[in-house]
Design a protein around this ligand. Structure first.
Ligand code: PHE
Length: 454
């Protein structure tokens, strides 16, 4: 009996007593960071896509975040009492409609639509979660899957077809720890009655190699970025070089997901710790059957893009991804089309900016008529001004920009206006501190450059 509605990406939805989406989270549904050119989330998406090439894999990046409870949970075999369904954990529009908590919500739909081959879905996902530097209520995931049709492979020999595809994949030189058998009757069962042992083992092997190649690509790029930054800083210490030559170490850990069996998590040894990077497994046959394609068999994985972007770019706080600050965004320009330009992110101040303008006439009032005195307008170099500013205010100035220029039509006198952004890396500057610095800048310009303040 609640007839209120909420609008998300141009569509209206009826809310009910289940509705629990804050206006902040609602406002983020339109951001689509994974599609924003040169955003680190988009760059990360592209790097992963490059490991799963078209046309074998098709990319889906525009799925709407509003899905049914059925798609997000029931279609994937989540039991009715699964804790993920709780309103404390999930953002509901109404009892039957929610903001997807994972990209797996689209698996059934794609299994139905597509014949054999693979796909990647990138999208924003929503979870009510703790507040810290690595959690945010909205983040981005990529779902990948590869499907074979038992009835369409040569000789209907599924295992042979999967192994033939595995043979075509590149090799790598990572150290892979995979201590468990591909399936285990209690801990990680094969889907008896659906797959033979040979089939499950072949699908698992194809899945694992594909994902190893993906993390190899990501971590090689992270390593190259760090090395390039060190080289630029003139720091090529022998220990660094040695570490850089060590092959990447990864390990497969048995896992559980309601919609895959057997299932794994892939962990990477990174900066002295095992880091969980993704979940995956052999798709539950009920999903394929439910999608009207019982002869299809395949694997699926899900990976969080921010987490990967944080280590690719050394981004220290997940909130930064949502920043519209040029000092954040400008650091990634041009990288999407040339990922060899990835460099570690350089942190900037969180303290407030204070803009102050200074307008002046250049010295040499009659430069247009010749007879230009020493230090006149013809001698104007912007870097001299920059030096005066540095002298007077040091690192408390973040940037200086020319905002206006003017030449008097009669006298030929030239004037300029610069905007100075006072912002400390360490603290919030007081008005008095900023005013004193600005006074020093103005005095320096007059004394050292001979300008006349307007
Ligand atoms: N959707 C799962 C998650 O968000 C990840 C996953 C995807 C696991 C596909 C297995 C297969 O945790």
């Amino acid at each position: 009996t609640n007839s209120k509605t909420v609008e998300i990406n141009g569509k209206k939805y009826a809310t009910d007593s289940w509705f629990n989406v804050s206006s902040t989270v609602l406002s983020l549904t339109s951001r689509k960071l994974h599609l924003q050119k040169d955003h680190p989330v988009a760059i990360t998406r592209k790097i992963i896509e490059s490991v799963f090439p078209e046309p074998t894999y098709r990319y889906y990046n525009e799925f709407d975040p509003v899905v049914s409870t059925y798609e997000n949970f029931d279609s994937l075999g989540f039991p009715p009492d699964h804790p993920g369904r709780a309103r404390t954990d999930t953002y509901y529009i109404n009892k039957n409609t929610l903001l997807r908590t994972h990209t797996s919500a689209h698996e059934a739909e794609l299994f139905r639509a597509s014949a054999s081959g693979g796909y990647l879905i990138s999208a924003d996902v929503y979870r009510r979660d703790e507040v810290d530097r690595s959690h945010y209520p909205v983040f981005h995931q990529m779902e990948g899957a590869r499907v074979w049709d038992r009835d369409k492979v040569p000789g209907k020999d599924l295992a042979a077809a999967v192994l033939a595809d595995l043979e075509r994949l590149p090799k790598h030189n990572m150290t892979v720890e995979d201590p468990n058998p591909p399936f285990h009757p209690e801990r990680n069962p094969l889907q008896a009655g659906h797959h033979t042992e040979a089939e499950a083992a072949a699908v698992a092997a194809h899945l694992k190699r594909s994902l190893e190649l993906m993390v190899n690509e990501i971590f090689s790029r992270a390593k190259a970025a760090a090395a390039a930054a060190n080289a630029a800083a003139g720091d090529a210490s022998p220990t660094d070089n040695k570490n850089n030559e060590e092959p990447l170490r990864v390990r497969w850990v048995e896992a559980y997901f309601p919609f895959t069996s057997p299932s794994w998590e892939l962990e990477v040894f990174y900066q002295g710790d095992w880091l969980e990077v993704l979940g995956c497994g052999v798709s539950r046959q009920e999903l394929h059957a439910g999608a009207g394609r019982p002869s299809q068999v395949g694997w699926a994985f899900g990976i969080g893009l921010e987490r990967i972007a944080m280590l690719l770019f050394r981004i220290p706080d997940i909130r930064l991804f949502w920043s519209r600050d040029e000092r954040f965004l400008s650091q990634f320009r041009g990288v999407e089309d040339d990922p060899s330009r990835i460099r570690p992110f350089v942190p900037f101040s969180k303290h407030p900016a204070c803009y102050k303008d200074v307008s002046f006439w250049l010295a040499g009032a009659f430069s247009a008529a010749g007879g230009n005195p020493r230090g006149g307008a013809a001698d104007w170099h912007e870097n001299d001004l920059m030096e005066v500013v540095r002298d007077a205010a040091g690192d408390c100035v973040e940037d200086v920009r020319l905002v206006d220029e003017f030449t008097h039509p009669k006298t030929g006198r030239r004037s300029k206006c610069y905007r100075i952004n006072y912002r400390s890396l360490e603290k919030t500057l007081t008005n008095q501190e900023t005013n004193e610095m600005h006074d020093r800048v103005v005095r320096g310009l007059v004394e050292k450059l001979g300008v006349e303040i307007r």
